[in-house]
Design a protein around this ligand. Structure first.
Ligand SMILES: Cc1cc2nc3c(=O)[nH]c(=O)nc-3n(C[C@H](O)[C@H](O)[C@H](O)COP(=O)(O)OP(=O)(O)OC[C@H]3O[C@@H](n4cnc5c(N)ncnc54)[C@H](O)[C@@H]3O)c2cc1C
Length: 408
């Protein structure tokens, strides 16, 4: 039997408590504590994604208030080419750091609990519609009731049901093991970002990824950029081979696993879903098409949204610049057509472009001139041909429904 409907009001409603929702709520509580804020988090069940790790580049001098949630960071990065040769780079003043979702959630919840005008609402957001003074979010509560949340501004991070039409639809899909080894096997100062010493699929590319957490513990992942995810057994087999034959880890204990699918598409994600309703996170195009990285863009965007609201404006700046998206569209198409050799492409970039510049490039923080320089270190002919062809290609809907960004 359903309960009577009740209602709540708030200046700001944030829908979804994942990377984007938590980040925005965190910034709003910090920057605009005078605004009342409701963070709507799905109750336990199928809408709540399993625990995840979010890694991103971080400028060592920048105190972004997330330190408590950082479980590891690396000052050196390594890429192994398919030929077995490694390149190790030091991207100072940037480092690569890992945040685990439960720690991040605890940090944000603690901040919201300290903020008299913020609340976390456990409910499933359903319809969202514009109203005279803002928007109404119809929610289902865990006790079977309904609730109507009225807010002046709504920021919706619920994963998109369908991805926008695009010229290229690839997926970054992976499974990772948190392993423990019998002896010290890892260097905790070095993260292996891409290790191409794995068999390559017929379409797309594959690599290993190793984030050491201690000398005998690491997150080891097998990742593909291709058109369709694998069955779990196929990831397990690939991980087993990688740990044994490439990393030589001997017997490992798998303590936990994470698996995911991240869309890599040049589709255009709308950032507005109504007069007072904005999309944020992957749903609003925050996932960088050619890398799948999202967390850093979400941090930038959250700061900008919080600063604008404090100044009395509701706006969501684009998560990535036009040039970054245009370059990613070319690379995605070049990879999808097989015109460029993925492992050679990425390995050469790390070998030939200074690390700090390359990471800024991947984060959309380089100048036009620097990007031109990076472009010259890619296979110019195939990239140019792809650039010329792109404007004539139709944007098509994806052949499979959206994965919603993550699943186990
Ligand atoms: C396993 C995995 C690892 C990743 N690692 C990285 C990484 O290292 N670095 C990086 O930059 N990116 C990474 N990504 C990509 C990206 O950062 C994540 O997908 C990120 O979680 C996207 O943030 P989001 O807020 O858009 O979506 P999510 O984090 O998925 O958040 C969406 C939220 O909406 C909630 N929700 C859904 N429906 C409803 C509803 N009806 N009502 C209320 N709430 C609802 C969900 O419970 C969820 O909390 C990873 C992705 C996966 C899947």
């Amino acid at each position: 039997m359903s309960r009577a409907a009740s209602s709540l009001t708030s200046d700001v409603a944030v829908l979804g408590g994942g990377a984007a929702g938590l980040s925005l709520a965190h910034r709003l509580a910090e920057v605009s504590p005078s605004l009342s804020l409701t963070l709507v988090e799905a109750p336990d069940g199928p809408l709540r994604p399993p625990e995840r790790t979010w890694c991103h580049w971080h400028h060592d001098g920048d105190d972004d208030g997330l330190g408590e949630a950082v479980v590891a960071s690396w000052s050196r990065l390594r890429v192994h080419g398919a030929d077995g040769r490694a390149v190790t780079v030091d991207p100072a003043p940037l480092s690569y750091r890992m945040i685990r979702s439960p720690a991040f959630e605890r940090l944000v919840h603690a901040r919201l609990a300290d903020s008299p005008r913020a609340r976390v609402l456990r409910a499933t957001a359903q319809e969202v519609r514009d109203t005279a003074g803002g928007a109404e979010v119809r929610c289902a509560t865990p006790d079977g009731g309904t609730l109507s949340l009225h807010a002046r501004h709504v920021f919706d991070s619920r994963p998109p049901r369908v991805l926008p039409p695009a010229r290229t639809h690839l997926l970054q899909h992976f499974r990772g093991w948190f392993v423990r080894t019998g002896a010290a096997r890892f260097d905790p100062a070095v993260a292996d970002l891409m290790d191409f010493r794995v068999p390559q699929p017929r379409h797309g590319l594959a690599f290993g990824y190793v984030l050491p957490l201690a000398a005998d513990r690491a997150l080891v992942e097998y990742t593909e950029f291709s058109r369709a995810p694998l069955a779990t057994e196929a990831y397990e087999a690939a991980l087993d081979r990688y740990c044994r034959d490439v990393l030589g880890l001997g017997t490992v204990t798998v303590e936990a696993a994470e698996q995911g699918v991240i869309p890599m598409t040049d589709g255009r994600f709308a950032r507005r879903a109504g007069r007072s309703v904005f999309r944020i996170g992957t749903a609003g195009g925050a996932t960088r098409p050619a890398t799948g990285y999202t967390f850093a863009a979400v941090q930038r965007q959250s700061r900008a949204v919080a600063a604008a609201l404090r100044a009395g404006r509701a706006e969501v700046p684009p998560p990535h610049g036009r040039r970054s998206l245009a370059m990613d569209a070319v690379l995605l198409r070049a990879l999808d057509t097989g015109r460029v050799d993925g492992p050679a492409f990425f390995t050469d970039l790390f070998r030939r472009v200074p690390a700090e510049r390359l990471l800024r490039f991947l984060d959309g923080g380089t100048s036009l001139w620097e990007e031109f320089g990076v472009g010259l270190r890619t296979p110019v002919g195939p990239m140019l041909r792809t650039t010329l062809e792109l404007p004539f290609l139709p944007r098509r809907p994806p052949s499979a429904p959206s994965t919603g960004g993550s699943h186990r």
